[in-house]
Design a protein around this ligand. Structure first.
Ligand code: GDP
Ligand code: ZN
Length: 355
């Protein structure tokens, strides 16, 4: 029987089958996944085959998010598979999210081809200066090509614009601690008090990492029946209905409209939230300097005109990136983030030379 892994508690996996039932399954002792050295071969978001309570097969993944152990072991932990998008929750203040943090996250998401929405939270707390700074940030990231939203998880302001973007997708929520992820998730899914246990080496042992992650279903229809928070925003903001309509893929007028599938099956199967506390990005792997550039959309755009194909955009003559930087087509903060990733790379090389 085929199903979706929605919860992973280390040795047990909860699988949701196509008929809506769930079962706790195990994996066969020596089950290994080709090419991935991981502490957990199966992750939430995996589509699997199950026989007699055992996961026997993992379907090909569209993508997966790994987190490497901070120690130097080559082991990594798969946090989730088949992710449609990430919401990076940021705050310009209380606490301030640095542009370096944002850019590193965006670059790693590019590497995994996961689209990112930047969610600016705590807008209710901003004074005029902070609001201005936030507008500059939004202008920057929208120009680069990222969708930005301003919300307050506390007051609910702006959440109506987030909901249509989540519908029908598997969305990973990330962000520094304190930016309001729990508040946001609790507002979106009233009653969840589960908090995905931090998949971290809190005590730096690296040996006994907690492996627990869960996909949280966001059922917009049942919320509407309950009159929950999501529904209230919907009712208060009629334009959501029209923005929701925009999500329906266009089809030619002459063709027959697609058949409606059952509302519950649809929403239960397809709208999922994954909380990933402590994830600073989608893992890093060995990249060449040219590749790092490829994960900064606008830098990559200008790099095509550099004189040297392997230009690192640091000191080379005829560098179109540095020219664009001087002419303010590339933001200094973005370029600095790029440099900081290059430097990491150099440090990494240095370390491996020594070892
Ligand atoms: P997390 O670490 O990202 O999960 O952050 P929390 O959800 O625990 O939020 C950290 C603090 O910020 C809590 O005291 C929340 O009540 C508060 N908070 C979260 N969102 C907002 C918001 O939009 N406005 C205000 N004023 N406070 C918020
Ligand atoms: Zn260059």
């Amino acid at each position: 029987m085929s199903g979706l892994v929605i919860k992973n508690t280390g040795s047990w996996y909860t699988v949701l089958f196509d008929d809506g039932t769930t079962a706790d399954c195990k994996i066969k002792g020596n089950f290994r996944l080709r090419g991935i050295r991981s502490t957990n071969p199966v992750a939430v978001g995996d589509h699997v085959e199950v026989a007699d309570g055992f996961i026997t097969e993992i379907k090909d993944r569209k993508n997966y998010i790994i987190r490497k152990s901070p120690n130097l072991s080559k082991q990594s932990h798969i946090i989730a598979a088949n992710v449609d998008q990430a919401v990076l929750v940021v705050t310009v203040n209380y606490p301030q999210t640095s542009t370096t943090f944002i850019d590193r996250f965006l670059a790693s998401a590019e590497a995994y081809r996961v689209p990112v929405i930047l969610l600016f939270n705590k807008t209710d707390l901003l004074d005029a200066d902070e609001r201005h700074y936030q507008e500059l940030m939004i202008n920057l990231y929208e120009t680069v090509g990222y969708q930005c939203l301003q919300v307050s998880a506390q007051t609910g302001e702006g959440i109506d614009r987030l909901l249509p973007l989540l519908e029908g997708k598997v969305t990973v929520f990330s962000g520094n601690s304190g930016v309001g992820k729990s508040t946001l998730l609790n507002t979106l899914v009233p009653g969840i008090n589960l908090r995905t246990a931090e998949i971290s080496d809190a005590h730096n042992t690296g040996m006994h990492t907690t492996t627990f992650s869960e996909m949280i279903p966001l059922n917009l229809d049942s919320d509407r029946r309950r009159g929950g928070a999501v529904a209230r925003w919907r009712e208060e903001t009629p334009e959501i209905q029209s923005s929701k309509a925009n999500l329906v893929p266009p089809y030619p007028r002459t063709s027959v409209p697609p058949k409606q599938t059952s509302a519950t099956a649809d929403s239960e199967k397809r709208t999922w939230l994954i909380d990933t506390p402590g994830i600073k990005g989608f893992g890093t792997f060995d990249m060449e300097p040219e590749e790092i550039c490829g994960y900064f959309k606008e830098i990559f755009h200008f790099s095509k005109d550099c004189r040297f194909r392997n230009c690192t955009h640091t000191h080379e003559p005829g560098c179109a990136v540095r020219k664009a930087l001087e002419e303010h087509y590339i933001a200094e903060s973005r370029y600095n983030s790029y440099l900081s990733m290059l430097e990491d790379k150099e440090e990494g090389k240095y370390r491996s030379d020594v070892n």
